[in-house]
Write a protein that binds this ligand. Structure first.
Ligand SMILES: NC(=O)c1ccc[n+]([C@@H]2O[C@H](COP(=O)([O-])OP(=O)(O)OC[C@H]3O[C@@H](n4cnc5c(N)ncnc54)[C@H](O)[C@@H]3O)[C@@H](O)[C@H]2O)c1
Length: 296
């Protein structure tokens, strides 16, 4: 974990827009150097210009998180610019949804490669670099409330976000002894360009174009949900606050707590049914079985 942010460096994937840019501004205000890593070079440069106008030291780097090699090259550029990286924000993400059977194979590959493997590529690339300077660090991965609950029609997105929550929960305990904090950001709707994710879809996944929206009845109402969300700058400040406090789960929409409660209650009720199950009555092994809990 780090407590003093001033003069340290944050590498933010998807830093050219939305939540990534909100975190860049918040960390920049805290005195950090910012590496804006994005597949959209123009957006990354524009973000760096904005940050520089606020006296934040920042550098743009091209980075496609779906490619391990691209993340590695971007990391080398970050080290060349600022010497060390202390905070990694695995934030780049895209949204794909649709009724079962309507999401194309290439869109499945795209969302898995960016939202899930992108987080693996970022963490596995930066962990040795953060460990090597022994000054501590923090890894923040952007999941979603869709990593806590699964709205029907948004399964490709939710599948990746549940995975990001799961990895972060494990990494939190794995990395604590190394003085590296881990947080997972789970926002509700935030006013960004996520509903226009198709603008940065790589050619190998079908190229630039419209993408299925999932939950909302049509594209316009999906856009409306996002555009009625909260300001990404507020999300950035909330992340900074939570990272300072070493929080694992970072929520930005406390009004959504009942949705998580509903899901957990369904799960707990299913355990109670298992406890009363006739089929399981004969099992004797429970008492001796070790429980593999969150702390191992
Ligand atoms: N906006 C919301 O309501 C909301 C809610 C919960 C979670 N999220 C998550 O927040 C994160 C940021 O999204 P946002 O809402 O700011 O959207 P956004 O579209 O405004 O920003 C996403 C950024 O990621 C970049 N990007 C996309 N693919 C990339 C790739 N392969 N490699 C590197 N960069 C890439 C884009 O160029 C863009 O700059 C995502 O992980 C998203 O799933 C968003």
């Amino acid at each position: 974990m780090i407590t003093d942010f001033c003069g340290k460096t944050a590498f933010i994937t998807g830093g050219g827009s939305g939540i990534g840019l909100g975190m860049a501004r918040a960390f920049g205000r805290a005195g950090m150097n910012i590496v804006v890593a994005d597949i959209d070079k123009k957006a990354a440069s524009a973000a760096v210009d904005q940050l520089a106008a606020q006296q934040v030291k920042a550098a743009p780097v091209y980075c496609d998180v779906s490619e391990r090699g691209s993340v590695r090259e971007a990391a080398l550029e970050a080290i060349a610019a600022f010497g060390k990286v202390h905070v990694l924000c695995n934030n780049a993400g895209v949204a794909v949804g649709g009724q079962l059977g309507t999401v194309g194979a290439r869109d499945w590959d795209w969302i898995l490669d960016v939202n899930l493997k992108g987080v693996v590529h970022g963490t596995e690339t930066f962990l040795p670099l953060i460990k090597s300077h022994s000054e501590g660090g923090h890894i923040i991965s952007t999941a979603s409330m869709a990593g806590m609950i699964s709205p029907p029609g948004l399964e490709p997105y939710s599948a990746t976000k549940f995975a990001v929550v799961a990895m972060s929960e494990g990494w939190f305990f794995q990395l604590a002894p190394l003085n590296i904090g881990v947080s997972v950001l789970c926002p509700g709707f935030v006013r960004t360009r996520i509903h226009e994710s198709g603008r940065v879809r790589q050619d190998r996944y079908g190229g630039e174009g419209e993408v299925g929206t999932g939950v909302a009845a049509d594209r316009e109402s999906a856009a409306q949900q996002v555009l009625s969300g909260i300001d990404p700058d507020i999300v950035g400040e909330r992340v900074l606050e939570a990272v300072k406090a070493g929080e694992l789960y970072i929520f930005t929409h406390p009004n959504m707590k009942p949705l998580a409660e509903q899901r957990f209650q369904m799960i707990l009720a299913a355990f109670d049914r298992a406890a009363d199950s006739q089929a399981l009555k004969a099992v004797k092994e429970w008492a001796a079985a070790p429980l593999l809990g969150p702390q191992g």
